[in-house]
Design a protein around this ligand. Structure first.
Ligand code: ZN
Length: 270
């Protein structure tokens, strides 16, 4: 059984239907991101004052049928005025498991983002960042370069994951994780979410290098799909990523770690 740490939600999904799809695919647990609080905002339009609360409420209701298997990461957009309250509300009152962010038109060291990290650090919860090329039609990838995430050295209680192996900057991603690894005491504080983005020829290469350089305790698996609608794609990703790990030289034990036990450690589940 695997854990998929990278699933998007659109609002309107039902927890029970997600659980059913998980059983069909062979997923033990899934990590679900809240709806982006700024979704639907035209550029320059003010977001509703309770944008984060709405997103967190929706996500908390979605995971309620089985919070052990459905794990919610609140989507926080630090540039919105209610971001800080949103962190406390999501992680405190709503007991969501952590935070997801995409640096977009702000850098990871942005003061507004750091104010959020400070709170997340106090809550001691994990984070997942989009890293690497950011799709769309604007000049957004520059904000997601791996070296910028060294800012997380200042927030040592946050176990953070860098999604997509930061493709195309996979080497930079591995180097940054190597730096965190060389400073870690005990368990890793930095993780690499191997969710696709990188075409296979790069991905297998990056996985081989990651395993050789970092060992097998930093990698976690995600599909970048959604459930139940994207179940077929989620199942395909799980099959293909298992194949790619094998091609990269991973043993059964390593595959188990990448698909399962590393994610438990990242999430703080014993
Ligand atoms: Zn994604």
């Amino acid at each position: 059984m695997a854990i998929d740490v990278h699933l998007h939600t659109r609002g309107g999904e039902k927890g029970d239907e997600i659980l059913k799809a998980m059983d069909d695919i062979g997923l033990d647990r899934v990590v679900l991101f809240g709806v982006p609080p700024h979704r639907g905002q035209a550029e320059g339009e003010p977001a509703p004052a309770d944008a984060h609360k709405r997103s967190a409420d929706q996500l908390a209701a979605l995971v309620a049928p089985d919070p052990g298997r459905l794990i919610g990461l609140a989507w926080i957009e630090p540039t919105l005025p209610d971001a800080l309250d949103g962190v406390d509300y999501a992680l405190g009152e709503k007991k969501l498991a952590g935070v997801k962010m995409i640096p977009n038109k702000w850098y990871p060291a942005d003061e507004r983002a750091q104010a959020c990290y400070k709170k997340i650090d106090e809550h001691g919860k994990p984070m997942l960042f989009h890293t690497g090329i950011l799709w769309g039609t604007s000049d957004t990838s520059q904000y997601c370069r791996p070296a910028f995430f060294e800012i997380m050295f200042h927030y040592p209680r946050i176990r953070f994951a860098m999604a997509h192996i930061s493709w195309p900057w996979t080497d930079e991603c591995l180097a940054v994780n190597g730096k965190f690894r060389s400073n870690q005491q005990g368990e890793p504080t930095s993780y690499i979410d191997i969710t696709s983005g990188a075409p296979r020829i790069w991905k297998v290469d990056a996985l081989r290098k990651a395993l050789a350089y970092l060992g097998d305790t930093h990698l976690i698996y995600g599909s970048d799909s959604s459930l139940p609608g994207g179940a077929e794609y989620a199942a395909l990703r799980l099959r293909e990523d298992t194949e790619m790990l094998r091609e990269a030289g991973a043993s059964d034990e390593t595959i188990e770690r990448v698909l399962h036990s590393n994610a438990l450690r990242w999430l703080g589940i014993e």
